[in-house]
Design a protein around this ligand. Sequence first.
Ligand code: ZN
Length: 372
Amino acid sequence: MATGYLWHELFGWHDTGTNTGLFPANPAAGLQPLQHFENAETKTRMNSLVGASGLLEHLVQLSPRPATDDELLRVHARQHVERIREESELPKGGDAGDGFSPFGHGGFEIARLAAGGAIVAAEAVMSGEVANAYALIRPPGHHATPDTGMGFCVFSNLAIAARHLQATDQASRIAVVDWDVHHGNGTQATFWEDPDVLTISVHQDNVFPPNSGAMDEQGAGAGSGTAINVPLPAGSGVGAYLEVFKRVVVPALDAFEPEIILVASGFDASAADPLARQMMTAGGYRQLTDSLLDAANRLCGGRIMMTHEGGYSPVYVPFCGLAVLEALSGHRTGIEDPFDPIFSGFAGQDLQPHQAEVIEAAAELAARLATG
Ligand code: ZN
């Protein structure tokens, strides 16, 4: 069975405007106009490589539809949805909520197409239309909380897909693995008290949001213990990530026994990313994907659906994405990561003692899940 792949040209038209990385251009402050960090290139170039490499011919192309109001409202407060809709009508659009997350005129329609894309991809996996799926959607979603957008995210795409599967009885027990380098705070907030959704976020310690994603954030009420955070030290590389998956992620999945694994796939832990300080490689992401496929085959019929999140190197994100899609589909294109000889040679790519300490502590959270 094949791998589903979802993209729409409009995802490249989500307009974050002229910007100086994070800030509106401001000559008086020395901020020369350029692009926002979250610009179209990091995603359109991944889609281009998927096409140019020939991999697209081995994937099942899925088409997004806009998420309905009811589907958005399963996760978000009505006031948030209405504010985005209203600002989207303004000639120059608005901001998702924190002042760093601009969207252009008509941005509401693109954001709900991204959320609907996550739903379509998740349904295609659950129905057996495809074995697994990758939704290359934009704007990203994992920082958007029920009440507000933030961190370049408008609606919480993955969470909306998960709630949709639950509400339509397509799945009840769902695991979320978030390997974006930033904390998956919005997804975690959505399922904070839900014992049926396990959220695991592997991120760089205290990057974004500030003071979010510490290991003592573990869920509450009936959901107590079903949020796991692995805040890796800056400078973590492939060795640390493989150890996290071996010691924390896979044991937690084994203990939880989900019906589907949803992955918040950001490539901003890469060695080339401007918004974090980790050292992951395309080959590293390939190995993480293989480890999730092993777990999914054992636990839930191989069902994995990934939503695209961050990743801000326009030259490297495409190779990371291609590696993940090659792993998911089992098809190698013959395109090799040209950066690998450099990035894999960085000192500290293997597991370091101070990283192992953090992973050891997080492994106890996975073990606690197993013993209930
Ligand atoms: Zn990120």
